[in-house]
Design a protein around this ligand. Sequence first.
Ligand code: PMP
Length: 385
Amino acid sequence: MDYQASKPVDPAVFEAMKPFFLKKFANASSLHYDGDIATQALEDSRKKVANFINAAEPREIIFTSGATESNNLAIIGHAMRNKRKGKHVIVSEVEHISIHNIAKYLQKNGFEISKIPVDFNGIIKLDKLKEKIREDTILISVQLANNEIGTIQPIEEITKMAREHGIVVHSDAVAAEGLIPIDVQQLKIDLLTLSSNDIYGPRGVGALYIRKGVTVNPIIIGGGQERGLRSGTEDVAGIVGMAKATELAQISMTAEAKRLTELRDYLIKNILEIIPKSHLNGHPTKRLPNNAHFRFDYIEGESLLLSLKDEGISIATGSACSSKTLEPSHTLISLGLLHEEAHGSLEVTMGQYTKKEHIDYLIEVLPGVVERLRKLSPLTSEEDM
Ligand code: PMP
């Protein structure tokens, strides 16, 4: 129930990668015959990833070590390259922690950051975005969908507004990829972050789409691989794995999204009906097919998580990337929830091996766990029981 934090590698992806560990191990920069094989695999992979998001040209894809690096390259790379045009960057309040920390880094380095608030469902407020756009705004970063509450953003409206002002738009597509279609030309996105593991590829690989004509400075300097934008010997096996994962996602996405949406809605309906004082976080319909995010009054999410762990359920209260802080999720606070409400949340993310019987098991176990914890909770009053 925690697929957002990690997904298994698809067996077909693993098979596609194997030869590049064992036999076809040459460096893609080598000029000999074996090097050519690695280069060919790298360029075929670039085509596949480009095709996955309908990029106009394969060369618009730069392979990286994952989403964090792609976010760094997009935002720091673009900001540093374009600082003469302006030093103002806009990000949404519900971005992944990596984006917020990149924004802090830019702030320390002389940039000004504005944050766009969201409504109670997690959708960014377009009127506030409009207000924050300035002459010196060079970049807007808004995710395609949220990695915690699954809310899908109106990205076309954002890019339309940005284009009118000549501002580049970056979007972190990690939570959305493989679940909703992504067409960078139609959506008019300029920089797009992709990760491999989120579509059942290996971890430690990702990509940044950089629309032709959009400029970024490299953040990793070295031998000049990836058009000089990301130096370091390419992880050909990992990249082949990511490309295979994009192919598989394209084939299965429509049917899988339908299957997961049905499971999601079945889960949400049952939990909200069975458990008193339970709520859904995020948008009721504009949400990822695999995401159900609940809030239970008078309960602390961590004790819920630990009780469910005892029942054999692996589940999260929020983003694994932020689990080391005791602070409530910044995403939930941005919705306008109180700290104690945010702390009482449970995040269910499903994946390709999630079956109805798993959902039924959660529906069977969760009400009893919530009831037991509420009895122990100092926050529960007699009349609430
Ligand atoms: N962006 C989003 C939306 C994420 O959920 C994550 C974490 N999976 C990242 C970026 C960072 O990914 P990674 O830790 O693989 O670099």
